[in-house]
Design a protein. Structure first.
Length: 136
């Protein structure tokens, strides 16, 4: 998998211990590059998390972005990650982009309210033809 800085949401962001947005926004250009394309979202965890809790990774999209934030974002997809996967580390999400993507995209890492997570860092972005990506 070849990575491009322009298609990265997070680069070893963390530790993620509370709900937070990804450090970067990705400009998709014309938008709606959904599952008919070969572009996929990936999220990996290294080092793994310690403690208890879950994280839901939300893929947000919007027509505009200003000052490092999306304008009127909508949730295009959400991926729930169980505590066992967070503690194991490695690949957490590998999925094709859904239809309906607008020009800009950002991830939101939603940490469960009672979580005691520590240490985990997330790297996330878009890439072509990721092995193990859900088929359409």
């Amino acid at each position: 998998m070849i990575l491009d800085n322009e298609t990265m949401f997070s680069k070893a962001q963390g530790p993620i211990t509370a709900t937070a947005g990804s450090t970067d926004i990705v400009d998709l250009g014309s938008g709606d590059i959904g599952p008919s394309e070969r572009v996929s979202l990936f999220v990996v965890c290294n080092p793994p998390f310690t403690g208890a809790g879950t994280v839901t990774i939300e893929l947000h999209t919007a027509d505009a972005a200003t000052a490092g934030a999306l304008t009127s974002p909508v949730v295009a997809a959400a991926y729930a990650v169980a505590n066992a996967a967070l503690r194991a580390g490695g690949k957490l999400v590998s999925a094709r982009l859904p239809h309906g993507m607008k020009r800009y995209a950002r991830l939101n890492y939603v940490v469960s309210a009672s979580a005691t997570l520590a240490a985990g860092k997330l790297t996330a972005g878009l890439a072509l033809d990721i092995p193990g990506t859900d088929p359409v």
